[in-house]
Design a protein around this ligand. Structure first.
Ligand SMILES: Cc1cc2nc3c(=O)[nH]c(=O)nc-3n(C[C@H](O)[C@H](O)[C@H](O)COP(=O)(O)OP(=O)(O)OC[C@H]3O[C@@H](n4cnc5c(N)ncnc54)[C@H](O)[C@@H]3O)c2cc1C
Length: 408
């Protein structure tokens, strides 16, 4: 996403660009593919965008893909407490003044008005604080709001997650009013919304996209990048050329060992079941107290997400599937329907760990080399590892190279 966003922004200015991608396809950690076990296309993981993701929205507009998103007309998040069976909708009002809190019918069951004010503490979070340093765990609001929110936003357990990073996400969503929290659902899939339209625009602008090009080494002096060594040949960087390096942190560190990068990661587990939910069910359901945290209703599958899922990485898929299917049936009121064909995808290094310690290791976009800019969800965007952060970093990289300044 970071590399594509930079290329889309830069190519609009008429600058000549070549995009080198190691994989045979674009999209990185955010893409769709044909799963042969299920016989259908699936996304590598369930990704949730919200209307307040300004950079992502600008990117979708730039590639003409805003129309590939659907979603509710208002912010509405369906929840089920698996243990008690209670269901509710988390439904903030559209504007910045949160009057919805005054309506008991809109509050989370078991949560009092005053409980919500605890959230204000996050806005004063200092650099080293963890989410649970500021929000009391063991309360109903923690279990039914803060814990699922923090785990999903940070992909890190709240007791280790950075309170500042969570505060930044909240400021750009809830802080901007319920309209900014409106969830957006991809009509088809990640590639159809975020990758294929970008490749089409780049092709139209004459950008050369070269797949299967693994960058192996970078020749550099103290202030300039001189040569990129790919497996299949070298590219000298001319006096008027520059490089956006948009690879993940372990690769960036291999190529430029002198830079600081995050080096602790968190996994995400996704399970996909070839089944349909009953008509008129919500596009996704948040689960409290289940193994799964979110269940999404997709094109031809029901898909489950477990964030910060490192504890499940060694559990055999055949053991996970029935546990997660039970959650799917609960989420969509499907009783004890028999388990259909399934697929489990474990992304061990889905994101860097959004802890205060890792936050300190994130480098800025600009380093000592005048013709190099870093991009990626892991550089110091102020956000956790998200599509929004990745796209924003790509836009900033483009801005830095074309104007020398990054005001957006
Ligand atoms: C399962 C899962 C679920 C997620 N859910 C959400 C969500 O709900 N909401 C959200 O906002 N975000 C979510 N994310 C995070 C989001 O996907 C990432 O933040 C974003 O896609 C990162 O984009 P990027 O461009 O920074 O990095 P990447 O996608 O990792 O891109 C890096 C690219 O560099 C290429 N590359 C690597 N090494 C080389 C090399 N040596 N030479 C050439 N090319 C190279 C790779 O092939 C890749 O294409 C999720 C991630 C996962 C894995």
């Amino acid at each position: 996403m970071a590399g594509l966003a930079a290329a889309v922004r830069l190519s609009a200015t008429g600058i000549g660009i070549t995009l080198h991608e190691a994989a045979p396809h674009a999209g990185g950690r955010c893409r769709s593919y044909l799963d042969t076990t299920l016989g259908t296309r699936i996304d590598n993981g369930n990704h949730l965008l919200v209307a307040g993701n300004k950079s992502a929205m600008a990117y979708l507009d730039a590639i003409g893909a805003r129309g590939t998103l659907t979603g509710e007309t208002e912010a509405r998040y369906a929840f089920l407490d698996v243990l008690s069976g209670e269901r509710w909708n988390f439904r903030p009002n559209a504007g910045r003044v949160p009057w919805w809190l005054l309506l008991p019918s809109r509050r989370i069951p078991g949560v009092r008005l005053m409980d919500y004010f605890q959230g204000a503490r996050l806005m004063r979070a200092s650099e080293g604080e963890h989410v649970t340093d500021l929000l009391l765990s063991g309360t109903t609001i923690y279990r039914r709001l803060w814990q699922p929110l923090a785990t999903a936003a940070l992909n890190t357990e709240p007791e280790h997650g950075s309170a500042q990073l969570l505060a930044r996400v909240l400021a750009e969503t809830f802080g901007a009013g319920g309209a900014a929290c409106r969830p957006l659902v991809l009509r088809e899939g990640l590639s159809e919304s975020l990758v294929d339209p970008a490749l089409a625009i780049l092709a139209k602008r004459g950008v050369s996209v070269r797949f299967g090009r693994l960058l192996r080494a970078i020749d550099r002096s103290s202030h300039r990048i001189d040569i990129l060594h790919f497996e299949d040949g070298d590219e000298a960087i001319g006096a008027d050329q520059a490089v956006v390096l948009a690879v993940p942190p372990p690769m960036a560190s291999r190529l430029l060992p002198e830079i600081s990068v995050p080096d602790e990661f968190r996994a995400i587990l996704n399970a996909h079941f070839l089944a349909a939910a009953p008509d008129a069910s919500p596009p996704f359901v948040g689960l409290i107290g289940g193994t799964a945290e979110w269940v999404f209703r997709k094109r031809e599958v029901l898909s489950v997400t477990v964030s910060a899922a490192d504890r499940f990485m060694e559990t055999p898929a055949a053991e996970m599937a029935p546990l997660l299917w039970r959650d799917v049936c609960a989420a969509y009121g499907m009783g004890d329907a028999s388990m259909p064909r399934w697929q489990i995808v474990k992304e061990r290094r889905a994101t860097f760990a959004a802890t205060p310690e890792q936050q300190r290791k994130r480098p800025p976009a600009r380093l000592r080399w005048s013709n190099l800019v870093l991009a990626g969800d892991w550089i110091d965007t102020g956000l956790p590892a998200t599509i929004e952060g990745a796209i924003r970093s790509g836009f900033v990289a483009a801005e830095l190279l074309s104007t020398g300044d990054a005001s957006n």
